[in-house]
Design a protein around this ligand. Structure first.
Ligand SMILES: Cc1cc2nc3c(=O)[nH]c(=O)nc-3n(C[C@H](O)[C@H](O)[C@H](O)COP(=O)(O)O)c2cc1C
Ligand SMILES: CCCCC(=O)C(=O)O
Length: 377
């Protein structure tokens, strides 16, 4: 894919990595849509730190290993995936491209990657499932109207979703100042396709100083949902439960004790509590607390194949990527999202080869040392 501004006289710039796609997406999207996706909460400290945490590790390569074949395939909750990289749940993919979630789930299918579909998808979860060829999990925001959440669970089961991802870091939506400044609102043609009209009210009429998504979350998210209520979700379904947004050993331990199958260590991409511990820094304590009781994934700031390797070396089973997929989708629809995933795969295989770790089981903690420090293992 090439940037759209090429003329016969100027050679088009190739788009080689998520940052290139981000720049190209910025040039195409409305400012308020770009900012909604790119932004974080508060001072955007965590947005920055989630990314910077990866750069604080150095790789320790082993030489003279047969790396003629590097194999990034693995399983996630028992389902085979071609690589340990999946698509994070993100609201309203149609904000950036009319094909929306259908394009991203097809791109994931072609890559053999996991897709996590958002409660706030702009395409119905059934239509997403019909277009999927790879494994699918459904992300749930627990809503005040419990019957709506219960019906999402039943629909997910019927449509073939393999796990439910309950997001636990958003009892309310954090103040995201870019959205407040821009008066972010959903364009009229985009709606939360999984929800009824009652849950659509107010999303489209905004004003400067306000974000309609924040008001929506205040009205509909159930801020009183606790550990005790997890049993209610458990009673609705036999699907594995995954908690997204766990950042401490205490919560990981509690979740594992309740039979939760997976944890996603996440700061919500720096969009919720600003100043919280970066996901990569929280990963080791969550992995240690979960032991072999839960599969642990991490998201936030993954932009390179070497980032994937670092997360795996710290104990993650896989990573999720968010914004890069939307940048690819914005620039070129399904092929753009596919290109972002295939670039991450190529970079991961390259990193496995150049560190002398041809199998994921070779990707262990001794691969890393903190930048500027001596050997730690
Ligand atoms: C535009 C956008 C929408 C998001 N919507 C959701 C959502 O509906 N549910 C959810 O659990 N997380 C949501 N997230 C958070 C992502 O799942 C993920 O945690 C984060 O984007 C990962 O960071 P990255 O974008 O740096 O890869 C959203 C993130 C973005 C950027
Ligand atoms: C109320 C949350 C809306 C989607 C979301 O999770 C996000 O924008 O980060």
């Amino acid at each position: 894919m090439t940037a759209p501004t090429a003329t016969p006289e100027t050679r088009p710039e190739p788009l080689l990595n998520p940052r290139d796609y981000e720049s190209a997406a910025r040039a195409r999207l409305d400012r308020s849509v770009f900012d909604y996706i790119a932004g974080g909460s508060g001072d955007e400290l965590t947005l920055h730190e989630d990314r910077a945490a990866y750069d604080r590790y150095r790789l320790r390569p082993r030489a003279l290993v047969d790396v003629s074949h590097c194999e990034p395939a693995t399983t996630l909750l028992g389902a085979p995936v071609a690589l340990p990289v999946g698509i994070a749940p993100m609201a309203y993919h149609q904000l950036v491209h009319p094909d929306g979630e259908l394009a991203t789930v097809r791109a994931a299918g072609a890559a053999g990657a996991l897709t996590v579909t958002s409660t706030f998808a702009s395409t119905s979860l059934e239509d997403v499932a019909a277009a999927a060829t790879g494994p699918l999990w459904l992300q749930l925001y627990v809503l005040r109207r419990r019957e709506v959440t219960a019906s999402l669970v039943r629909r997910a089961e019927a449509a073939g979703y393999r796990a439910l991802v309950i997001t636990v870091d958003t009892p309310r939506m954090a103040r995201r100042e870019r959205d407040l400044r821009n008066g972010f609102r959903l364009p009229a043609h985009i709606r939360p396709a999984n929800l009824d009209r009652d849950h659509e009210a107010g999303l489209h009429e905004g004003r400067a100083g306000d974000s309609t998504l924040a008001g929506h979350a205040a009205r509909h998210h159930d801020a009183a949902f606790t550990w005790n209520d997890l049993a209610w979700i458990r009673s609705l379904t036999d699907l594995p439960l995954v908690l997204k947004g766990v950042l401490t050993a205490e919560d990981a331990h509690r979740a594992a004790g309740l039979g939760v199958a997976g944890l996603i260590v996440s700061t919500h991409g720096g969009r919720q509590l600003d100043g919280v511990v970066p996901a990569l820094e929280a990963l080791p304590e969550v992995v240690a607390a979960a032991g072999d009781r839960c599969e642990v994934l991490v998201d936030g700031g993954v932009r390179r194949g070497t980032d994937v390797l670092k997360a795996l070396a710290l104990g993650a089973r896989a990573v999720l990527v968010g914004r890069p997929v939307l940048w690819g989708l914005a620039v070129d629809g399904e092929p753009g999202a596919a290109q972002v995933l295939s670039t991450l795969r190529a970079e991961l295989e390259e990193a496995m080869a150049l560190t002398g770790r041809p199998r994921l089981s070779d990707v262990t903690h001794d691969l890393l040392r903190p930048a500027g420090a001596g050997r730690t293992t």
